[in-house]
Design a binder for this molecule. Structure first.
Ligand SMILES: Nc1ncnc2c1ncn2[C@@H]1O[C@H](COP(=O)(O)OP(=O)(O)OP(=O)(O)O)[C@@H](O)[C@H]1O
Ligand SMILES: [Mg+2]
Ligand SMILES: [Mg+2]
Length: 463
């Protein structure tokens, strides 16, 4: 075997941690190796514990911060060179130097002031390796520029710590998202939205749950039920202000839940929809009916879901009596022209990251103009036109939603968007399309929270 010589200072890479270049001090006086990490937090299930930490690989550049995660191997008492004993997390990872790669054990310690981000101890060295104490860089030199170029090469995939905000841990969508996250090597915790409590302040706001502060999540998937929209979006806003990526933003959830607001936003973006009007005073009932072109027309309670507050009025008389009933209940509603040619069918386009990843056609019961599955409708896969695809993507974007269920009707003069759902269910769409939509959602999150290409700067001498 050829001799492998190391100087007292060497460049190395820790590819499993997404660290392409680290300058290390080789210290044969130390037994274990150490990596100077901060914000060290264990996470994950007891059978498969993980640890998440951050590191500034370049001691000269505090702006370059990389988040790493790794399987947790042990916790161990380590005595450092200054004689202090510290309980440290231990991970195992691959070290690459020159043409060689081998597994090493590394302890994590928060000593950011150290000039070297890594100390290579003797247990990380093989028998045939020689350390030349008076020499440096016996192995190829690397550069911190690798961090500026890396994201464009192969994206490093690290285990993410994810949370889903849901009051229904057992429902199909929640279960599938957990499965997909775990299949991708991530962990997913289910948090009951209504049990989150918060302190609100400019700096250092927190989210608490069951007596403890929630840790930092790489991303949060809000699946907020209509009954807790207001509180739920406040929780989402709190996560947003902590800098956590939320799959559906608070603004998107709020707007999409309010039919009036949603239609105004869609109209502003020139997205086709049925002619829509609204009024509050009983004096204007006749006026709004004529605004949408008279009967037949559709009346919708603003907070309706699952088609429950959606009524078809075949005649002007019927429309007037439903309107007066709604007004009597002090319920806000909108009035919409009836798209007859849609014939009780609507199209659900499932949008992920600016693309329609699946679509289905839903058909109501034979005597129902509503196509909601909750009203007993059926669904089947459907091919959608280019115009439909475009309008669905634009509608999701107008609502500022990365993941959305866009419902549209096939009108005589093109697609007409009915609504944009911020937490679209996965069951119907996965079963009809046969696609793993949950995995697509997780992949979208991975792409979103992967380290951004750090700003480019003139190259600095690193020797
Ligand atoms: N203007 C319209 N013309 C024809 N059919 C309509 C019209 N508006 C709604 N429908 C039918 O009624 C169904 C329910 O309407 P809509 O989606 O607006 O209500 P919803 O209560 O928000 O339902 P969900 O949120 O569960 O999808 C639609 O899927 C569609 O089939
Ligand atoms: Mg709805
Ligand atoms: Mg609908």
């Amino acid at each position: 075997m050829t001799q492998f010589t190391l100087g007292w200072e060497e460049w190395l890479a820790l590819p499993d941690l997404g660290l392409p270049a680290i300058r290390a001090k080789v210290d044969t006086g130390a037994k274990t190796s150490a990596l100077h990490a901060f914000a060290i937090e264990p996470f994950g299930p007891a059978e498969k514990p993980m640890v998440r930490f951050a590191i500034h690989p370049d001691p000269q550049d505090p702006g370059l911060e990389i988040i790493c995660s790794a399987p947790l191997k042990d916790r161990r008492e380590v005595t450092s060179s200054n004689g202090e004993t510290e309980l440290r997390f231990v991970i195992e990872t691959t070290l690459s130097m020159g043409e060689r790669s081998w597994p090493i054990e590394v302890t994590l310690t928060d000593r950011g002031g150290m000039a070297y981000r890594m100390l290579l101890g003797r247990t990380a060295l093989d028998e045939e390796m020689i350390v030349a104490p008076s020499l440096k860089y016996q192995q190829p030199q690397l550069s911190f520029d690798a961090y500026r170029a890396a994201p464009r090469l192969k994206q490093h995939r690290r285990a993410l710590r994810l949370a889903i905000l849901s009051r229904e841990p057992g429902n199909y969508s929640t279960r599938r998202l957990i499965e997909a996250a775990e299949a991708g090597g991530h962990t997913m915790e289910v948090i009951d939205t209504s049990r989150c409590y918060m302190n609100i302040r400019a700096v250092g706001g927190e989210v608490h749950y069951d007596g403890r502060r929630l840790p930092h999540y790489d991303a949060v998937i809000p699946r907020i039920g209509a009954s807790v929209t207001s509180y739920g979006t406040a929780v989402v806003r709190q996560f947003e202000s902590l800098g956590t990526y939320c799959l559906s933003g608070s603004e998107g959830i709020t707007v999409s839940r309010d039919k009036l607001h949603a239609h105004q936003v869609l109209a502003r973006h020139r997205i086709g929809m049925p002619t829509t009007a609204f009024a509050r005073s009983p004096k204007d009932s006749g006026n709004v009916i004529s605004l949408v072109g008279g009967a037949p027309l559709v009346l919708k309670l603003l907070e309706s879901t699952q088609g429950k507050g959606v009524v078809l009025a075949e005649t002007k008389k019927a429309a007037e009596s439903v309107i007066s009933a709604f007004q009597g209940l002090k319920a806000d509603f909108l009035v919409q022209s009836f798209v007859k040619e849609a014939a009780g069918e609507d199209i659900r386009c499932f949008v992920v990251g600016g693309k329609v990843v699946a679509a289905m056609r839903r058909k109501g019961k034979p005597d129902d103009f509503r196509s909601n599955l909750h009203q007993g409708g059926t669904a089947e896969p459907v091919r959608i036109s280019k115009a439909e695809r475009e309008v669905a993507v634009r509608a999701a974007r107008a609502m500022k939603l990365d993941v959305a269920g866009v419902d549209l009707l096939r009108g005589e003069d093109g697609p007409k968007v009915l609504e944009v759902n911020s937490s679209p269910g996965l069951e119907g769409i996965e079963k009809t399309s046969g696609k793993d939509i949950a995995a697509m959602v997780i992949q979208h999150i991975e792409a979103k929270v992967a380290p951004k290409p750090p700003r480019t700067r003139p190259r600095r001498s690193t020797a």
